[in-house]
Design a protein. Structure first.
Lengths: 510, 401
């Protein structure tokens, strides 16, 4: 094989951060016109490796070659000059600009300082036609769907005539239909000769779309395989280092007494005049996992905020273990036995500038166990935090004293899960508890949630992932436009059926 | 695999050490800039009449036998100490608010209102010094509470409100004291408030500490135990911030109000309390200064806010927001401004000292840059060691598998 068969080679890359070797002698070779998946757990070093390629970090060792020649990438501009483009997990778009404006931003075609948008528009329309990227160039970014925003990002790369396209966990924010579309787009791009690096930890997607797959584990290079010669099981074993059980092992549920009773809850929207949650009533019993399923933005977030006390509701009652907590403070809800794994771990779940141990007691620092007459018992906090870290396998650079901000997303999430479950709640509210996590961590968190159920507690799961919904729950409630439009038994319902309810095509009286 | 925890004490000393070194670098560079500035103004006299007095400041006269005879040897050192006490307090006020995510630019106003409270209790009510000090603190707290309430309940930026309330406070105090020349606290002959030693000696903060007569040592009129009170408060603030659940709550709100709310902390109450305490600290500082008897309030000339308020920002930043650090940076800033006054006035205006301290504070903005450099220097040998232990740990892990 000739050297030039590879458009990009990252050879023996090593990148060290204080306390951690993020990349340890990693080699990644990308062929022209292939879709190459980069697979690894959270904190395995995928993002670091891509940041090195994109010029955000300088490696301590190793070199990068393009078309067989050594290149130096000191910053993203260098990367752009080498025709490397990246769609970040969190889009880098100017929200109040139109799609077209966003695409040309930074490379605006102009004559003596005057914008020449007509040419740009023609080119963008051509590109979107050619690759099947449906966008409205004049739509304002903040008004369009996440999927369309992503297509805008892709067009941005194509407009700059990038040849190497990096997709950083592109499916994390998409609905199942949008994921299918994206897969098709990626195939089209590869067919047109673009080379794609696809970062993911979703094995099914990798199997569906990638030609080859490089696996990283704990910063080390494990291997590169052809996807057609491998299986999901083999990939996950490579990634996690052991066999992973995809099916959640759980006994049939034995619902007991009612723990959470929600009656006619209505929550006003902060954006528009309508209610975000409309007259929602349901119950959660001991020993069952009730899942609130739905497509993002159908009132789940607002409902959870009202339930947990972060926001006010305009009508209805919430009863927890027979106690009316409709107007109770957040602290009192917590005392009454409510635990909450929040949707947004950076906004609500953690004080990022606090150390891990300070975050571990975020909900409990005031308990006599951790303070005496207002003075924090540092030893007790340390001991508790060390125990949680050990028990829940939370990995970090410096253990309890690690600043939360410096931890990987998966481990931040594990820390929150540990904190909320260890509180021994009567009701566990888990919102997207495995968002952005890898199979190993997902398996683990699912086991923990089932364990909470088996201990006779009630669990309310809010999830956008259909796999999770089907696997974990004992009862499914579908939420559409702020209303509950269906109730299902996961053993008898199909994913397709659920999808119809989630999209608002069907509804039943609940 | 079990992670080893680095000793927190070691971590903290390392962090503290870096902050101190970074501050010292700022100071040195600031002084060099100041020197260059002096040279540009008047090269001939820059060193002896300009720079040396700034550096020596209050210590210039120490050891001078002639001055000793007239009892003036340590007096300027005493002056530095007297001026430092309110600076430490306003520094604490700003630092405390910063730690809780608020920018208290209103320390000057809280200081002004606190001064009024203290002086009123002294001149009109003839209360003992500690009661006057307490009232000064309460008045400052009240003035801090207002921007806090606005911020917490109406989400109005505290910077804007506290700037407004600086001026409202200043003019209200001036008006109340002057009252068209008829103010009860106003001494028409001196055109300032009555001197405490004449009208209410018991309102003066004592200068004797456990039998040590500070006046006897320093021979400076308004020397008092104020500085020790300031140091005591600095330590108390350090303890509150770092050791108590209250400090934990306040800092959590400062770092991430949403997460604090999620944790069941009443974030509105925390914001108000943080501003109340910041205001109280500034008010206490005003009490320490005006109840020491060295200065009176001149309502007609005080059309500018007291500089102690804004210098507090410098003090806090130079101290990297560390309460105990504020003690040292307060003393240092006071040292500089005393030094400014020591320069030979025919060659240089005393404001040069402000320029120097301004440069130093400006450089403090870069201190995180210095800190990063220092840390990487400090950790270089440690890293090699770490690598070695990591290696063995990995081998062990490999064996286990």
């Amino acid at each position: 094989m000739k050297l030039a068969d590879y458009v990009i080679e990252m050879l023996n890359i090593t990148k060290i951060f204080p306390g951690i070797k993020a990349n340890d002698n990693i080699t990644l070779q990308l062929k022209k016109g292939e879709i190459h998946a980069l697979l690894g757990e959270n904190g395995a070093g995928k993002s670091t490796l891509m940041s090195v390629l994109f010029g955000l970090y300088q490696p301590e060792e190793g070199c990068i070659k393009k078309n067989g020649e050594v290149v130096e990438i000191r910053n993203p501009n260098d990367a752009n000059a080498l025709n490397i483009g990246m769609v970040h997990q969190h889009f880098k778009l100017v929200e109040c600009f139109s799609v077209l404006d966003n695409i040309i931003l930074g490379v605006e075609p102009n004559k003596m300082g005057f914008l020449q948008k007509a040419d740009a528009r023609k080119k963008v329309l051509e590109l979107s036609e050619r690759y099947g990227l449906k966008v409205d160039p004049d739509a304002i970014v903040e008004d369009i769907s996440v999927g369309m925003q992503q297509r805008t990002e892709i067009l941005k790369m194509l407009y700059r005539e990038n040849e190497i396209l990096i997709f950083d966990e592109p499916t994390a924010v998409l609905t199942p239909q949008e994921i299918d579309e994206l897969m098709q787009i990626m195939k089209n791009l590869a067919a047109e000769g673009k080379s794609i690096l696809f970062i993911s930890h979703k094995l099914a997607e990798i199997m569906a779309v990638a030609d080859r797959c490089t696996v990283l584990r704990k910063g080390k290079y494990i291997g590169t395989v052809n996807t057609k010669d491998t299986t999901v099981e083999e990939l996950s074993a490579m990634m996690v280092g052991r066999q992973v059980n995809f099916k959640v092992d759980k006994k049939p549920s034995e619902p007991g007494e009612v723990v959470l009773d929600v009656q006619h809850v209505t929550v006003p929207s902060k954006i528009h005049k309508n209610n975000a949650v409309k007259d929602v009533s349901f119950q959660v019993r001991r020993g069952e996992i009730v899942c609130l399923a739905g497509i993002e933005g159908n009132g789940q977030t607002q409902f959870v905020h009202a339930l947990t006390g972060l926001d006010n509701l305009s009508a209805g009652t919430i009863t927890l273990c027979g106690k009316d907590i409709t107007k109770a403070s957040i602290r009192n809800r917590s005392k009454a036995g409510m635990s909450h794994i929040p949707e947004d771990r950076h906004k609500h779940g953690l004080v990022l500038d606090y150390s891990l141990e300070q975050n571990m007691v975020l909900q409990r620092y005031w308990e006599p166990q951790f303070q005496r007459s207002g003075f924090i018992k540092f030893d007790a906090v340390r001991e508790y935090s060390d125990r949680l870290i050990e028990q829940y396998d939370v990995r970090s650079g410096q253990g309890s004293v690690t600043i939360a901000r410096s931890m990987s997303g998966g481990n931040q999430q594990k820390a929150i899960v540990a904190r909320e479950i260890d509180k021994d709640p009567e009701l566990l509210i888990a919102v997207q508890p495995t968002r952005g996590l890898d199979v190993g961590a997902i398996e683990y968190i699912h086991q923990q949630i089932v364990a909470v159920r088996d201990a006779g507690k009630a669990v309310l799961l809010v999830s956008l992932e259909l796999d999770e919904v089907m696997n974990l729950s004992d009862r499914i409630l579908v939420m559409y436009e702020g209303e509950i439009v269906g109730q299902f038994d996961p053993k008898t319902v199909t994913v397709e059926e659920l999808g119809l309810y989630m999209a608002g095509a069907k509804r039943m009286e609940v | 695999m079990k992670k080893k925890n680095t000793s927190p004490l070691l971590e903290r000393t390392k962090g503290g050490l870096t902050s101190v070194i970074a501050a010292l670098i700022c100071i040195v560079i600031g002084l060099i800039f100041g020197l260059v500035f002096l040279f540009i103004l008047d090269a001939e006299h820059a060193w002896k009449e300009g720079f040396v007095p700034i550096i020596q400041a209050g210590f210039r006269n120490v050891g001078n036998e002639t001055l000793k005879k007239v009892g003036m040897n340590w007096a300027t050192v005493g002056q530095e100490i007297v001026e430092a006490a309110p600076l430490i307090m306003t520094g604490l006020s700003v630092a405390f608010a910063f730690k809780t995510g608020l920018f208290n630019i209103g320390a000057a106003g809280q200081y002004t209102v606190g001064a009024f409270g203290g002086l009123f209790c002294a001149i009109v009510l003839h209360l003992p010094w500690w009661a006057c000090l307490l009232v000064a603190t309460l008045f400052g707290a009240l003035w801090g509470a207002i921007p806090g309430l606005f911020k917490a309940y109406l989400n109005i930026n505290e910077v804007i409100t506290s700037i407004m309330f600086n001026w409202i406070g200043l003019y209200a105090v001036n008006t109340l004291i002057y009252n068209r020349g008829n103010g009860v606290m106003y001494n028409l002959k001196q055109s300032q408030t009555y001197a405490l030693k004449d009208v209410s000696p018991r309102s003066l903060i004592p200068s004797k500490l456990f039998g040590w007569d500070m006046y006897g040592t320093f021979k400076y009129g308004s020397i008092s135990i104020a500085i020790f009170l300031a140091i005591l408060v600095a330590v108390v603030i350090l303890v509150i911030l770092n050791k108590t659940t209250f400090g934990y709550e306040l800092k959590a709100c400062g770092h991430n109000a949403s997460a604090a709310k999620y944790a069941g902390i009443n974030e509105k109450r925390s914001i108000v309390l943080a501003m109340v305490i910041a205001g109280a600290l500034a008010g206490f500082g005003a009490g320490l200064y005006y109840l020491a008897g060295g200065a009176q309030w001149d309502p007609q000339n005080s059309t500018a806010l007291p500089s102690a308020g804004f210098d507090g920002i410098s003090v806090a930043l130079l101290a990297s927001l560390n309460p105990v650090g504020c003690i040292f940076s307060g003393l240092f800033i006071s040292h500089l401004s005393t030094g400014g006054a020591q320069m030979t006035q025919i060659y240089f205006p005393s404001e040069i000292a402000d320029v120097v301290s301004g440069i130093i504070i400006y450089l403090c903005a870069f201190s995180s840059l210095f800190k990063g450099k220092i840390l990487s220097l400090l950790s270089r040998p440690a890293k090699a060691k770490e690598k070695a232990t990591e290696q063995t740990a990995k081998e062990k892990e490999g064996n286990e598998q």
